[in-house]
Design a protein around this ligand. Sequence first.
Ligand code: SAM
Ligand code: SF4
Length: 479
Amino acid sequence: MPKGNYQLPSFKDAKIRTREAVKIEHTLFKLPEPTKNLGVGRKFYLRTYGCQANERDSETIVGILTAMGFTQTDQEEDADFILLNTCAIRKNAEDKVLGELGMLKKLKTNNPDLLFGLCGCMAQEEEIVQLLLKKYPQVDLIFGTHNIHRLPELLYQTMMSKERTVEVYSKEGEVIENLPVKRFGQHKAWVNIMYGCDKFCTYCIVPYTRGKERSRLMDDILVEIQELKDQGYKEVTLLGQNVNAYGKDLGLEAGFAHLLDEVAKIGIPRVRFTTSHPWDFSNDMIDVIAKHDNIMPAIHLPVQSGNSDMLKIMGRRYTSEEYKALYDRIIAKIPNCTFSTDIIVGFPNETEEQFQDTLDMVDYCKYDLAYTFIYSAREGTPAAKMVDNVPMDVKSERLQRLNEKIGLYSNMNNQKYLNKEVKVLVDGLSKRNDQVFSGYSEENKLINFTGKNIHEGDIVRVKIVDVKSWSLNGEAIEE
Ligand code: SAM
Ligand code: SF4
């Protein structure tokens, strides 16, 4: 092993779940003395891959680096420290990062003092860390998802020793409150309500990379949201791998329904949440969403497959019939609700009939949006040991058929909005046209629209005049 400081991840340890209570740390964050001005006169570049959990972690990383005196740059060539916050959910996500590391290597030739760091879910993988140690000598610092708060010390150690530092905890640590944060949005904020996942769906690496389910205290969450409201934020999205499980580890009954109710009462204009697992989506939750106008009628409800046998092998804990019944219960109480989902095609040994059931599920739920993936084997998960008899061209062809169907329903659902009025939270000017504003409606539809005296963060009434498959065009209604 090359010279350096090493604490390497272990999947075996990451799998362990204990009943041990998780400590919640409330002490104020303080930079250790020698790390205080480490970043003064230095710049960092941060790239984030993957899901909202990583986005939110990156906000903490930027908060910590800024507290150390670093300034952020969006040019890799200007940086003294380049950090990649990575995703491990599918092999292609990892390949992207490895490719990027190859491209960035040449920057070290021009600037030998440049430091490279890699954090996030890939850092939690034994195999990947071994690969980085052997084949990517340009990476100076590796840390995981459980020790972001250690970044100042780890960076200091790497800089001073001029040796590689790898520190990855396989067991989750405490829930740490009060870490610095630099929010990326001025009007919309992510709020973690819990960390980790205990569902262990057989294909998924998240329970290993993010540790056991740990909820934040309700009071801490409510204080954070009140502060966001006071600062003028218009929307919060409550984050967790499975928000429905909120509070179970704290012994709370109906934890998420209660939390959602309390969050809505704070009166922030828009509340969203993601992701909710269909398995423990309670009737109480449906009632709370239906009761509050500021809980947005847009639910992300990952189905993964429409076939009950497949769902069983995936370890999803619901049948196709139970999913449909849940969908019916939600629609009955929240008729204007839109639905998005995640679907995996080509899970080992998926038959054409089983795939047909997934298409039938799409016909049943008429999703507004779906994130669709070809199954990717993740080392260390139970599904990775299954022998697969579905050729890749069949998987690709299924994905294409699925996407065509999803596109049809998205377009069909969007037609319903023609000549109707929606309320849009303005994100800013459209990426494609600087005469046009864009934002999202309450139903989570992307709206591009024209209007006068419009500002980022406004909530504007818009009349829809044209419909596309994945967005709607409109005109602001003058008040
Ligand atoms: N916790 C969320 C849930 O269960 O709905 C999902 C989190 S995961 C970051 C997002 C999506 O990635 C999953 O819903 C699943 O569709 C997909 N995914 C996870 N593991 C995968 C794998 N091995 N191959 C392909 N897609 C995968
Ligand atoms: Fe992965 Fe399943 Fe947990 Fe979602 S619920 S993060 S798919 S194990």
